[in-house]
Design a protein around this ligand. Structure first.
Ligand code: EPS
Length: 375
């Protein structure tokens, strides 16, 4: 199946299905010499995992990474790195009843139309379980980006249903506004600690009702040097949008002010430059598809989960009308675990663009003047 590989130099190929024996990835093009141990993956994989709080799917996977190749005596060798995670808690009987049905809102129908066959167990290849390997591969990318360039990538949730963070104006999200310790200390990756109890109650009521809700995730990358990104078809913002849109359930991506730019005047949107730095960051750190050195800001919209125990009209594989009811262990809001996945896709794009920049423009060095970042 094509389209399972992401990146040109740091090329990540993922494989596996939600209820198969294992999922995994092969990373080709990784720079040699990076310290990599199996334990390095645990933190981000736990941030993404199901079954850790009552607000996500109850499926409890160990998500233990086995490094099969590409690492010798704790360092990457430059050869393909193969990572494997065995599936240990798939419960395929949950899918027996709907195996012959197309669940509305899912990829069941479109996979059927494309391939004429599908693995219905847990959504098969279309399952959000696949995102495990994106997060695992990005652990290596995040590490290299931080060590070599001081790049830091952080995400948080900035909307769930119609609830938004109090005291933070989303359109002007500033890294200085966000206490990442607060974000990491609650199951929603929410930036305002005082609202967490309210969100717990909101999600408990939603879960009891059997319904689901959408969410918005913001990702901020700081320390990206000016120059990364390619013009025209390899624009950094285009690749970020494509990467983020490739995450399950994503329906929209904004860079910088995004769609809010429609209502702005040019005099407001353009970011004035001073010798002390850019005066604002409406552009989201990217000009002409190339990093400006300011914080790169992405905002990602997740749709509400389609797997519900509330009945919905559907059709089966014979084309007959059926009432579809999805039982099993589903997320009432996939966005709750999406923060590390969005960070991962941003890291994979930046890693690949950094290596591409080095390949073509490594001799250019630091160009003056270098305008700093006001935010
Ligand atoms: C998913 C449905 C659920 C989730 C799964 C994603 O799978 P199952 O019905 O087999 O429990 O648990 O998420 C994961 C297992 C994971 O690791 O992210 C879906 O339909 O996408």
């Amino acid at each position: 199946m094509p389209s399972n590989t992401f990146g040109q130099i740091f090329a990540v190929t993922t494989f596996g299905e939600s209820h198969g024996p294992a999922i995994g990835c092969v990373i080709d093009g990784c720079p040699p010499g990076i310290a990599i141990a199996a334990e390095d993956f645990a933190h981000d994989l736990a941030r993404r995992a199901t079954g850790r709080t009552r607000h996500t799917s109850a499926r409890h996977e160990a998500d233990a990474v086995e490094i099969l190749s590409g690492v010798y005596e704790g360092r990457s060798t430059g050869t393909p790195i193969a990572l494997l995670i065995r599936n240990t808690d798939a419960r395929s009987r949950d899918y027996a009843k709907i195996a012959g049905q197309f669940r509305p809102g899912h990829a069941d129908y479109t996979y059927w139309q494309k391939y004429g066959i599908r693995d219905p167990r847990g959504g098969g290849r279309a399952s959000a379980r696949e995102t495990t390997m994106r997060v695992a591969a990005a652990v290596i990318a995040k590490k290299w980006l931080a060590e070599k360039h001081g790049v830091a990538i952080h995400g948080c949730m900035t909307q769930i249903g119609d609830v938004t963070p109090r005291a933070i104006d989303r359109a002007r999200l500033d890294v200085a506004d966000i206490d990442w310790n607060v974000v990491e200390a609650n199951p929603f990756f929410w930036p305002v600690a005082a609202q967490v109890a309210e969100l717990e109650a909101y999600m408990d009521a939603l879960r009891k009702s059997g319904d689901s809700v959408g969410a918005r995730i913001e990702v901020v990358a700081t320390g990206v040097p000016p120059g990364w990104g390619e013009p025209i078809y390899g624009k950094l913002d285009a690749e970020l949008a494509g990467a983020l849109m490739s995450i399950n359930a994503v329906k929209g991506v904004e860079i910088g002010d995004g769609f809010a730019a429609v209502a702005q005047k040019g005099s407001e949107h353009r970011d004035a430059m001073t010798p002390q730095g850019f005066a604002s960051n409406h552009a989201g750190g990217i000009l002409g598809g190339i990093a400006s050195g300011q914080a790169i800001r992405c905002s990602v919209a997740f749709k509400p989960t389609s797997s519900l125990r509330l009945p919905v009209a559907g059709v089966d594989v014979r084309g007959d009308a059926v009432e579809v009811v999805t039982t099993g262990r589903h997320d009432p809001c996939v966005g709750i675990r999406a923060t590390p996945i969005c960070e991962a896709m941003v890291a994979l794009v930046l890693m690949d663009q950094a290596l591409r920049h080095r390949a073509q423009c490594g001799d250019v060095g630091e160009v003056v003047p270098r305008v700093g970042s006001a935010i």
